[in-house]
Every structure is written in C-alpha cells, then in structure tokens.
Design a protein around this ligand. Structure first.
Ligand SMILES: Nc1ncnc2c1ncn2[C@@H]1O[C@H](COP(=O)(O)OP(=O)(O)OP(=O)(O)O)[C@@H](O)[C@H]1O
Length: 249
C-alpha cells in the first residue's frame, strides 16, 4: 500500500464542553477519493478547517507527504501542495474568470519577490491559469465577469483556482452543494477524472455522488470516526446504518 499523501494523526478539538473532533486519524492515498460523511453537526467542517489550516487542533497533527504541516498557515499549506476548494465568497465577483484563476496562481509564489515579479504580468502565470480553466471546462468563459457565472460554473472556478497551485492533495467541502441534478453530474464526472492528478478528501452530503465516487468512506458521528471502508463495507456496516444511513441506504 502506498504511503499516505495526506494524514491526520489523533486530531482533537473541543468547543467548551463539546468534543467536535475526537482523536481523528485518517489518511488519503494516491489516486483515491476518500469521502467523509456524517450527520449535520458531526464535525466535518471543523475537521476540514484543521486540515486546511484555518483552525488549530488542541492536540494531534496534520501531515502532507512526509511533512508535519500542523504549525503552517493556510497559505503555507497551500504552497506545500494542499489544494482546497474555496468558498464562493472568496472569489472576486467583479473580476473576470481569468483574473480569479490568475490570483489563485499567484499564491504559488513562495516569496514576496516572486509575488511582485508575477504580479507584474508574467505570461506563464496566465498560462497556468488558462490551463486550469481549460481543465475544468471554463476556457471559453475566461473573460466573463465572475458574477455572471452560474452557481455550478462558480464551483468549477473554485476548483480551477485550487488547481493553479498544482496540489498534491485536494480537500473539498461540499462541492455539489446547490448544483442540481445536471450540475452534480458534471461535477461528479470531473472529480472522477481529477483523482488521478491528486487524491481528494471529499466532504459531501449528496450520497449519490459519494457512492458513485468514493474509493473509501469514513463516517463521522459526534466528532469521532465510527467506520472507514469501501462503499460496500459502509453500506453493510450495522453501526453506520444505526447511526446515520438508515435502513434504506
Ligand atoms: N467556532 C465554534 N465554536 C463553537 N462551536 C462550534 C464552532 N464551530 C463548530 N462548532 C460546533 O461543533 C460541532 C460540529 O460542527 P461542524 O460544522 O464541524 O459540523 P458538520 O459536520 O460540518 O455539520 P454540517 O454537515 O451541518 O455542515 C457543531 O455542534 C457546531 O455547533
């Protein structure tokens, strides 16, 4: 079995009396989509924030490749190769699609010097941005104002922004949210092809998408992982059915 690309080791986080993350260890391996599911309030977003860098765990660590990134900021983790789909509010709505993708690519520059050098219009940056837009199917919308995109296209743009950093692993928080049937189908097909470039830790409520895409599923209930396994194993797991999926899964 290959070494994990992304890993949490014993992550715990409490908010007052609430244990939002309870000793969570999970890993993401090359080529896979690992879905994280669980009821509302189970602690999925809290875990994702600790992996991406927005929230410090009380204990435990986050590893990217062989590197302990627990002390790194979100931008530092991004530059180390952790791609995260941005919340929609992080897109600049008045800017064009290409400008948003280019701004994302700027984040790849490690030093202030390269930041300014790149900001002054280096062509390769635009090339990286255009390639990412092409990859998600937005090449023809490069000059469109972001506010004019459909909801689904904005989601695609978020993935393009993450792609510009050439991530080693992706963390995605509900990429299907609000997409509707057709949009979900498009995004499902896209994520399916994306896993070969970089594995994806996927938080998603759309169970059709999860069952279609996941190589493995981890189930989070009350801040703890109660099971990890293949789609078949999770569907058949008695604890999971009782706690979450119900009998019609
Ligand atoms: N900053 C915070 N302060 C206090 N409590 C918090 C904070 N962030 C999250 N919580 C609580 O932690 C628990 C887990 O929340 P979280 O948002 O991680 O769950 P979730 O699984 O992502 O839920 P959903 O599926 O509804 O998005 C909830 O009870 C929530 O109210």
């Amino acid at each position: 079995m290959s070494d994990p690309i992304l890993q949490t080791r014993g992550i715990s986080k409490t908010f007052g009396a609430l244990k939002a993350s309870n000793d969570i260890s999970l890993d993401l391996r090359a080529g896979e989509i690992h879905a994280l599911i669980g009821p509302n309030g189970a602690g999925k977003s809290t875990l994702i924030k600790q992996i991406a860098g927005g929230l410090a765990p009380d204990s435990g660590s986050v590893w990217l490749g062989g590197e302990d990134v627990t002390a790194l900021t979100t931008p530092e983790r991004a530059r180390s190769g952790l791609g995260r789909t941005f919340q929609i509010s992080e897109l600049a709505m008045e800017d064009t699609v290409l400008q948003n993708a280019t701004l994302g690519a700027l984040g790849a520059g490690a030093s202030p010097y390269s930041f300014w050098q790149r900001a002054l219009g280096r062509g390769d940056l635009t090339e990286v941005a255009r390639a990412a837009l092409d990859r998600v199917g937005l090449a023809e919308k490069a000059q469109t104002r972001t506010s004019e995109l459909s909801h689904g296209e904005r989601r695609q743009l978020e993935v393009a922004v993450a792609l510009t950093l050439k991530p080693r692993a992706f963390v995605m928080d509900e990429p299907m949210a609000g997409l509707g049937t057709e949009g979900s189908k498009t995004m499902t097909g896209f994520l399916d092809s994306l896993r070969a470039e970089a594995p994806i830790l996927l938080v998603e409520h759309d169970m059709d998408a999860v069952f279609a895409l996941a190589d493995r599923i981890s189930v989070l209930v009350y801040g703890a992982i109660i099971a990890t396994g293949t789609v078949e194993e999770i569907r058949a797991n008695a604890d999971v059915r009782a706690a979450y999926l119900g009998d019609d899964a």
